[in-house]
Design a protein around this ligand. Structure first.
Ligand SMILES: [Ca+2]
Ligand SMILES: [Cu+2]
Length: 356
């Protein structure tokens, strides 16, 4: 057995909500589905993984390996609060954060009575568990998301994202699809736009500016999320892959996966592949990509395009959202294997917030 890798505190709290399975909403009739600004990608072969050796070893960004994908379409930006609101209005979906009654909010941004601050993460003390924080109240019950309609929706669990996808007739990207789309036409680069974080001094993504975690400068005009598309898109037309919010992918997360993943359309470890993840939750974690407004080189460089992390499927926080993909008509994924059912973690009253 290998040693459990050290989890480097990052900008993503793990918070088992224990809310039970989310009932699937009925799929929407095609004519009623919301339009997603999206881009059609040709697929093909690309080099997946960290060519610079800059990832945290526990994340498993290596080895770099060739992956081949079928054509697909992908949202040009994360799903916004407005789009998610349309889904909730149509289906009555209650998110995991709403069912749990609380979610994790970054300490400087809390809009709540002190009595509604339920706890602080010992390992990542910038995360506070706030009663009443959810997608409608990203910073707590004393604020709302009315002014954030064009921002990425947050406090979304993997299960919430899947429920949205079922309704919208879409799906979550596989981790490989996400990285291929995020890289754009560039090969082996560090960021979606090249190798330099700030070419000519320009901010190219919504990440932490200033001293983390107590002194944000808001140099680019934002402190938390920014409206989607606030920065130039990559060469495929995708905005906000680096920074802004973490984005759920379909796959289970296993740091050792790249060493054994198939070349064609890898979809992550299956239920039958034994324990995965480095936090002791066998096979439970799902992949998250892209980093968020809390990432900063001083402690978490996961806004790089190869960076990966995972979290339990019912975890929610103020920096976690998603974007969706769809197969292209006439281009079915030809490498399909059997569908896998999800597992639900047992209910827990403990909130673990040990990551960024
Ligand atoms: Ca992102
Ligand atoms: Cu981070």
């Amino acid at each position: 057995m290998s040693q459990p890798p050290v989890v480097r505190a990052c900008c993503l709290p793990s918070a088992p909500a224990g809310a039970g399975p989310v009932p699937p909403p009925p799929p929407r009739a095609a004519a009623e589905r919301p339009a997603h600004p999206e881009v059609a990608l040709p697929g093909g072969v690309f080099a997946m993984g960290d060519a610079f050796g800059e990832g945290y070893p526990a994340d498993g960004e290596t080895p770099v390996h060739e992956v081949e994908l079928a054509p697909f379409t992908i949202d040009t930006a994360p799903v916004t609060t407005a789009r998610f609101a349309a889904f909730v209005e149509a289906t009555g979906h209650r998110t995991d954060a709403e069912r749990a009654g609380s979610s994790a909010v970054f300490h400087l941004f809390v809009l709540a009575d002190p009595a509604d601050v339920l706890g602080r993460s010992p390992a990542a003390p910038w995360w506070l568990e706030v009663r009443g924080a959810d997608w409608r109240h990203p910073y707590g019950p004393l604020g709302d998301s009315e002014d954030l309609r064009d921002h990425p929706v947050v406090h979304i669990s993997h299960r919430d994202a899947l429920a949205y996808c079922r309704w919208a007739g879409r799906r979550l990207p596989t981790e490989a699809e996400w990285e291929y789309a995020a890289r754009g036409p560039l090969t082996g680069r560090r960021y979606p736009w090249g190798d330099e974080l700030r070419p000519d001094g320009a901010h190219r993504c919504r990440i932490w500016q200033g001293r983390f975690p107590d002194l944000p400068t808001g140099e680019d005009g934002w402190y938390a999320t920014a409206p989607v598309g606030s920065y130039p898109p990559n060469g495929f037309g995708l905005a906000d892959v680096a920074g802004n919010v973490w984005e759920w992918c379909a796959d289970r997360f296993d740091p050792a996966y790249y060493a054994r993943s198939p070349r064609f359309d890898p979809r992550g470890p299956g239920d039958d592949e034994g324990p995965t993840g480095n936090d002791g939750t066998a096979g439970d974690r799902r992949v998250l990509r892209g980093g968020s407004y809390l990432c900063h080189d001083s402690y978490c460089n996961r806004y790089r395009v190869a960076a990966r992390t995972g979290n339990t499927p019912d975890s929610t926080s103020g920096n976690c959202g998603f974007r969706t993909v769809a197969d292209r008509p006439g281009h079915p994924r030809t490498f399909a294997r059997g569908a896998r059912g999800g597992r639900t973690r047992p209910a827990s009253s403990t909130v673990r917030q040990d990551r960024c």
